[in-house]
Write a protein that binds this ligand. Sequence first.
Ligand SMILES: [Zn+2]
Length: 401
Amino acid sequence: MKNGLLLTIILVGGIAFGQVNESLITDVTVLSHDSLEGREIGTRGELVAAHYIASRFETIGLKPFQNDSYFQEFSKKTKAHPHDTEFTGKQLSGRNVIGSIDNGSKYSIVIGAHYDHLGWGDENSLSDEHAVHNGADDNASGVAALLQLAENLFSKKLKHNIIFIAFTGEEKGLLGSHFFANSQTSGLEAISFMINMDMVGRLDEDRRLAVSGIGTSPSFVPAMETITSPEFQFKLDSSGMGPSDHTSFYLNDVPVLHFFTGQHAQYHKPEDDVELINFEGLNDVATYIEKLIIRLDKKKDLKFEKTRDASAGKRSFKVTLGIIPDYLFDGQGLKIDGVKDGRPAANAELQKDDVILKMGDLDIHSMEDYMKALGHFNPKDEIDVLFERDGEVILTKVVFD
Ligand SMILES: [Zn+2]
């Protein structure tokens, strides 16, 4: 939630960020405005956002997806539980917004960003407050970058067609991207690669940028190495599986890259607002991706490679701690970026910035160790957890739900 007039924010933004296109600021501001009520799939706010994105596509000159419409509508069941593999929950209707640049090619590049968010705080909210969750970083930032890429790539003579997709239903379990990827059975072989931007608006002082999926094609790293600016401190991950829409493409053998500027305290809370967006950083991320696309465009059909599945263990978890890990943490252990009230970690008085070193008998050196460790425990288990806080190593007891 935020206060203040839309216009004021745009004007202030325009003055404060001279290097940045006005439209980047406007797009984030409009999409994360209170009046869109958090853009939850199936709500009026989602529809308003979809129309806004479609009108931007039209102004840019993108070709509508089908029958003169930018909308790909669908109705889909959610997963009853987040880690389920089957969709057996409630029925939701929504629409992906799709536009393309037709360069007359046999091959296409997909650039995607989800535009839906948590409404007034759905089951994925990390706040107890009933309030509009604006999702400025998650993921108005990615959609704004998508629109900037559409604007800039429109006039370039590329070898590939470019398909721009604003996905819906990501927050409910990748619904929109799953629908697109699985309704395009014949078209998928013609997709050279897919780029996903999910939460790219909070580049920090250290300029840490996470890029995952680099192992899904041998062409990615060499192309990235030729780009010298903008500079980032990259956190690279080979896996094509992750908690966002690129996974839907990876599972259909499409090479993927996911860009992410990292977790923050406002993640999935009403405070994820436009005031906290680093627009220069967002612009730099979009500029980098644009350069990368132009380099990768020269290759006709990128080779796809399967990667180790970093999140494979997730589905079998019987327990969770109720924390948000710091995915960009480079040190030993698992750094906590946020804790959810009333869950095991919070009950054990673990806090943001604590670093978990040991769970039960298992040493935790990395995110992967943490994932593996979770797979070992059962509901109601009581375990010792060793963690570091301000240089001090502390032992606590955690009881799983
Ligand atoms: Zn997201």
